[in-house]
Design a protein around this ligand. Sequence first.
Ligand SMILES: [Zn+2]
Length: 410
Amino acid sequence: MGIYKNGGFQSGDFQSRKFEPGECAVSDLIIRGGYVVDPSQDLEGTMDVEIRAGRVRRIAPRIEPRGRPTLNARGRIVTPGLVDLHCHFFEGVSHYGVNLEASMLARGVTAAVDTGSAGSQTFSTFRSGFLDPARMTTRAFLNISAGGLLIDGLGENVDMRALRVEDAVECYGRNRDILLGMKVRLSRNVVERSGGRPLDAALDASKALRVPLMVHVGDTPDSLPKILKKLRPGDVLTHAFHGRAEGILDRRGRVRRAVWEARDRGILLDVAHGRASFSFDTLEAAMAQGLMPGNLSTDLHTHCIDGPVYDFPNLMSKFLALGFSLGQVVRLSTQTAAAWLGMEGEIGTLRPGARGDVAVLRMREGRFRFTDSEGAHRRGGRMLEAVCVVLGGEALRPSGKNRRRLRRVS
Ligand SMILES: [Zn+2]
């Protein structure tokens, strides 16, 4: 047992234990006999995974336990801990905030990125209360609107007085170690009559800070090509496959030229399913023309956790139903976000030296009906569920009525 900084967990039942911000214990563990899927190494097969002092040591067909703790994963799928690039966990403050451990860690997510729940005036509380104490990896985008996503039914950008570029730049400067970029939402109900100005304010802050911008689209008053033209390589178009006005398809269902250009310039097309932001029809039309999502993310929040999103493994199951291979789905759920985060080799992989963060999933077979944000359905034969999550070598199992609590596997 040791302690390392900025890691993920402390042993024991998370609800009854106190832990120091940014500190976590590390453990040894051998995960035995699971079907390992790690696209970062082009690895798929039944293997053992050895974690030593919180880090992956090796993967091999058979590793002798020699008295060390083991986790039986026979009949299970073993992947790197899932990385969710778009979710909301400023719980109890933002109306979107869900519980980080119950809704994400217990569902196999070991690295979670909050996308703009807090702005310059609320970020210090978000950081001290949620980001720093988390035992999993957490990062955030800073909302250009000073309060962040506070009030249900009142868009944070309806009044330009709430968008304070100088305050955002100053706040960002103090929290660079945990922030990934700026965030702005541009849907009609969020911006109302403020036109293109929220995007320009967010771009001003991003450019001053030289950091990426995540832009939320879907039913925007501005045309998508006009928005994309302003984005730079490394920026993120989130909710890229929505089914609302100003989407990636033209009226005849063809991928718009500006979208191909944006992808080629290195703008990430992030899924971010959410309540209103993912359409099977849009994704299928795009895929038929060769346009693939750049990354899978849930946009998990209070308004979609009881459907249509539920959790990350459910989202992965939808993509299996859409014809993606298991390897493709795992890659888009681990490696792609880790790469975007600049944390390749550290998370989203089971390469030797990576954090010992692992998702252990069950694949149920049957007949399942999946629903998108438009109320459309697709049928699929496979459903993934998290049965266990490993953080820094410690195995935790979801428990309780809704399987949203975690208990240590002894
Ligand atoms: Zn969101």
